[in-house]
Design a protein around this ligand. Sequence first.
Ligand SMILES: [Fe+2]
Ligand SMILES: [Fe+2]
Length: 222
Amino acid sequence: MPRGKAKTAMDVTELLHQDHMKVSELFFQFSKAEEEDEKEELVKQILTELHVHAKVEEEVVYPAVEEEAEEGEEVVGEAEVEHKMIKYLMAELSEMTGGDEELDAKVTVLCELVKHHVREEEKEMFKKLRDSGADLEGLAEQVQERKEELMTEPLPTMSATLEIGDEEGEADDATDDAEEVEDEEGEFVPQMKALDTKRAPAKPPAASKKGGKGRGGRRKSA
Ligand SMILES: [Fe+2]
Ligand SMILES: [Fe+2]
């Protein structure tokens, strides 16, 4: 049997739990940080970790929960809404510097949101997934492989990551826009326009795109 990739001996819920602990530690470090540079660096690390973690969950784990776990669609539905709220704050944070006076407050709120979300995942979703008899080690391998890929990619513009659960076309468009403004080092580049557009209350409901926003296989493109 070929052994190319690093094999994951743990199950997927343990792997995700490790990510949760890592982010929790970064939030703790931020709470102790005083220097602007240090805060800025920690925010970057937090956003990177959260981005990669959310993406592997949305691509690999949540579909498995929906398919295999009892009431999977319901718990995934809630988790997706929480991801979206987390991503709004991530988008705002990605534009801030270490000296921004709102930085601490926003990181604190992000930390609270993440804590709540993690609690729900670990206490409810992961339990349902374990109870379902799904191939937890197989999922862990998929998650690990995808994480390794994502870690080598530049971080996308945060506002572009708000697209989970939306129509495929919209998500693709947003990704294209993001690439245009991403700098070579993968630094966070301010681009709140996409976010503002989405929030703009004056805009008429472009076609009836929201109408059929059910669940099941529409979360991501590829
Ligand atoms: Fe999550
Ligand atoms: Fe998670």
